[in-house]
Design a protein around this ligand. Structure first.
Ligand code: ADP
Ligand code: MG
Length: 211
């Protein structure tokens, strides 16, 4: 997938994330302070504006994803603004000069993004955060090569399995921490956002091939 296509894919992801506000809000109301959907909506609305601007013509995939991360970080606020902004920025820096977004590049992006999130937020797998979806996606993507349309279904499904696993975890970080065992049974909203982003990438990549 070239830069132009990747830009279109991220515009599709932004539209779908904005539309996901109600479901993300509902799940953050269950275990957090209820603002996760609004934060994501604000960040991805800013991304929509960025990508609709024809004067934004990133030279490569790295620059595209870096600017998306900066935009999210500067507009979202909250823990997730820093966390998702860091995911995109750290991931983008690891794929400098990439002209193609293929499975290997996506895998490198996700792995470096995960590293950035670890360093920024200090949470670990099992803490009931977006990390639980991201780690699952990174593991599934490792050693895969080729077209995104071929591999994203499995990567997105792994992230969703990571979301399901957060239902059995007790939050030890972020706002859900104060709930303790009462967070059991509910999925983590940030993990859900992480899986949604990959799911929407998958939809775009596979439908584009089918078209
Ligand atoms: P806030 O916690 O400031 O209200 P949001 O509600 O927007 O922010 O986002 C909460 C989500 O952020 C959580 O569901 C979790 O997935 C993620 N999160 C919070 N803290 C961390 C962290 N230290 N590392 C990774 N993800 C985190
Ligand atoms: Mg919140």
């Amino acid at each position: 997938m070239d830069v132009q296509n990747a830009k279109q894919m991220m515009a599709y992801v932004a539209d779908k994330m904005v539309a996901s506000e109600p479901v993300l809000t509902k799940f953050d109301q269950a275990i957090g302070d209820g603002d996760h959907g609004i934060g994501m909506e604000r960040g991805f609305k800013a991304v929509q504006e960025l990508l609709a601007d024809e004067s934004f013509a990133p030279a490569d995939v790295s620059k595209l994803l870096l600017k998306i991360g900066t935009t999210m970080m500067s507009t979202m606020g909250g823990a997730s603004g820093a966390i998702f902004g860091t995911l995109f920025r750290s991931g983008a820096k690891a794929i400098k000069g990439a002209n193609e977004l293929n499975t290997q590049v996506l895998s490198e992006f996700l792995a470096a993004g995960l590293q950035g999130v670890y360093e920024r937020g200090g949470a670990a797998p099992g803490d009931k955060t977006m990390i639980d979806a991201l780690v699952a996606a990174v593991k599934e993507s490792e050693s895969r090569q080729g077209e995104l349309s071929e591999h994203l279904p499995a990567i997105a499904a792994a992230a969703q399995a990571g979301v399901e696993a957060t239902k059995d975890m007790i939050a030890t970080t972020g706002k859900a921490k104060t709930l303790g065992e009462r967070s059991l049974g509910h999925p983590d909203p940030g993990a859900m956002s992480m899986a949604f982003i990959l799911q929407f990438m998958c939809e775009f990549a596979t439908e584009q091939v089918a078209a």
